[in-house]
Design a protein around this ligand. Sequence first.
Ligand SMILES: [Zn+2]
Ligand SMILES: [Zn+2]
Length: 80
Amino acid sequence: MDAVKCSVCGKELDPKNARTCEICMKTICLDCLGYFAIYKRSVYKDYEDLVPVCPSCKPKAMLSRKLLRIVDEVFGGEKK
Ligand SMILES: [Zn+2]
Ligand SMILES: [Zn+2]
């Protein structure tokens, strides 16, 4: 059995309650999880999406270009 631990508070988690930070890819529990709204553009419409981020990445997410990277990864070659 794999013990899954939250990388923020160290709590052991049920794997089904574990979430992954979209930016640093660390495992985080639901208590520590934050969401960050990003604006995405698709061929049909623009919309907001919520991505799970850990507390230490949340401020980064608001500032950094990594956000753009996430959008690029999600939409891959769709962008012009
Ligand atoms: Zn936690
Ligand atoms: Zn993170």
